[in-house]
Write a new protein. Structure first.
Lengths: 231, 332
């Protein structure tokens, strides 16, 4: 469980405040808010890439800042919004990098590792891309692979920054369904940011809004509560 | 992944090619020698036999340094390219050579003190390369554009050559000649006594590179991805700069600046093997780099009856068009 209390979030200066909020495992948490309001800043903070401007967050009862990089990589995976393809890096090799945190310095991959990437490929329907180079994929395909890599990482939490922004409608649906499935079947805590309000509200997710007037994060239940913010 | 495995077989002919060319290299020259001379020169050497003397004192060091310099500069280039995620990076274009050159220039041209001794020169070149490497690393932390970083390297090179020109003007004729010859690049300067030290430093850098192949595989995804996968990138970056400086400084001190190998060979190997597996790339760069520089040297020897070509000129003549080809491919 991620617990946040009296915390200010931002890159260099505070963008918004979180009076109190918990993110449980087994659910999909959706962050909503205008451009530049601080959704990415919150995800970056949760991933440990940046520190909160004020206050602190705890993860399973321990301060996030007390975790080592390696330990954190076993607990939290983060799919950034700008996934870049790399020339000559195949999808298989890319997915195997998701096991990196579990490797010693020799870095030999086990049968379980290969089993895991096969399972990820099946789950995300990307088996046909296995031998393709990541820079030759469409941005939608690349994003699917990046999410599959986060799955391969086998963490309790997966954070995704606008995972659906590059995708067509069918693929957006597919991603939301898969995220829901990972939360319910594998008990993962999924936290995403998105601008796809209409579609997201069709799913039984938990929603949060970063309100631009009060500059605070609050929990919202219905589309109506959010609508005002965007009109 | 299967595609890698089938390409790995390419390493075999390259390895055989190195052995054959090395044997050829021991035979090429004004004085004809045969296989028995080579065997004797290596195993039962006596300095009263002219053929054995020439093989052991001139040709053997030359072939060895060609192999080591080619391998070292190629590996250094591979490390730079992965570090900066930039296929156009290399120890020469980024100006790491310039750091070593500047220190050697100061050493030779000032002609005084500890700096102008052999050990002093090597130490100075290593320090120069390392300091410039750190400088580029620091600059890269806020100069994010790929082309920007290259321009910075070129500017660094221009700046250093301006300083060197000033040093040249105010130096003695003899040291000026020595420095000019050095700056053309030459594989002739190394003696058999120096080889063990060079080899040892090369092995040190090679083993250090082997230690970081796995994090390098991760680094191609970018520094933040590295961090998110639980790896501390700062240490890795320092390690890369250290190894690159070690290789570049070592080779620059002994052979002068040798351009473009560190840029062309890593690109060639990535294109041939189509992989980001740095264990394979490390071996490939080692073998292809060694083969390439040895071939260049043998070509120079074969042409020497008609025209004298400095090694740095030949690698530039071959390397520069290849780099332009990569540029055009990339921009299109």
């Amino acid at each position: 469980m991620i617990e946040i209390k009296n915390t200010e979030i931002g890159f260099d200066a505070s963008l918004f405040a979180i009076p109190e909020m918990d993110f449980d495992q087994g659910k999909v948490h959706v962050l909503l808010g205008k451009n530049g309001i601080g959704k990415s800043a919150l995800l970056n903070t949760l991933s440990g890439l940046i520190y909160p401007i004020e206050g602190s967050l705890s993860f399973d009862g321990k301060l996030l800042s007390d975790y080592s990089y390696k330990h954190l990589a076993k607990k939290i995976a983060y799919v950034r919004s700008n996934v870049k393809g790399v020339p000559f890096l195949t999808v298989d090799a890319f997915l195997l990098l998701g096991r990196y945190h579990d490797k010693n310095f020799i870095g030999k991959h086990s049968a379980e590792d290969y089993g895991l990437i096969q399972k990820a490929k099946d789950l995300f329907g990307i088996s046909h891309l296995a031998d393709k180079f990541t820079n030759e994929l469409s941005s939608g395909e690349l994003h699917l692979c990046a999410i599959a890599k986060a799955y391969v990482q086998q963490t309790d939490y997966i954070l995704l920054d606008e995972p659906t922004s590059h995708l067509d409608y069918a693929n957006k649906r597919k991603i939301y369904e898969l995220l829901g499935k990972m939360a319910s079947e594998y008990n993962k805590g999924i936290i995403i940011s998105t601008h796809d309000l209409d579609l997201a509200f069709k799913f039984p997710f938990d929603f949060y809004l970063i309100e631009s007037q009060s500059k605070t994060l609050k929990s919202v239940k219905t589309f109506k509560e959010v609508e005002r913010e965007f009109i | 992944m299967n595609s890698n495995r089938s390409n790995t077989i390419l390493l075999l002919p390259v390895g055989i090619g190195i052995v054959l060319l090395a044997l050829l290299g021991l035979h090429i020259g004004d004085i004809p020698t045969n296989g028995l001379d080579v065997y004797n020169a290596i195993f039962t050497y006596s300095d009263s036999n002219l053929s054995e003397l020439i093989i052991r004192e001139i040709r053997l060091p030359r072939v060895c340094i060609a192999l080591i310099a080619g391998a070292a500069l190629s590996i250094a280039g591979m490390l730079m390219q992965t570090l900066f995620q930039n296929p156009l990076a290399g120890p020469y274009v980024l100006g790491i050579n310039s750091g070593a050159s500047l220190m050697v220039a100061i050493g030779i041209l000032s002609g005084a003190g500890f700096l102008s001794t052999e050990l002093g020169l090597i130490g100075a070149a290593l320090i120069g390369a390392f300091v410039f490497g750190l400088f580029i690393l620091f600059t890269a932390s806020f100069l994010r554009s790929q082309i920007g970083l290259l321009l910075f390297g070129v500017m660094l090179g221009s700046f250093v050559s301006a300083i060197i020109t000033i040093l040249e003007l105010s130096s003695e004729a003899e040291s000026l000649k020595a420095f000019t010859l050095w700056s053309m690049g030459s594989l002739n300067g190394v003696t058999i006594e120096q080889l063990p030290v060079i080899f040892l430093v090369f092995i040190l850098g090679g083993v250090a590179s082997l230690f970081i192949v796995n994090p390098l595989n991760l680094l191609v995804l970018g520094e933040e991805e590295c961090r998110l996968m639980g790896y501390n990138v700062k240490r890795l970056r320092l390690m890369i700069v250290f190894i690159t400086a070690l290789f570049t400084g070592l080779i620059t001190a002994f052979c002068g600046p040798i351009a473009f190998i560190g840029l062309a060979i890593p690109n060639l190997t990535r294109m041939l093997f189509k992989t980001q597996d740095h264990k394979l790339l490390l071996i490939a760069n080692l073998l292809f780099g060694a083969l390439f520089l040895l071939s260049c040297d043998i070509l120079i020897q074969l042409l020497s009856a008609w025209i004298l070509i400095p090694i740095n000129a030949l690698t530039s003549l071959i390397g520069a068009p290849f780099v332009i080809y990569i540029l055009i491919r990339k921009i299109r």
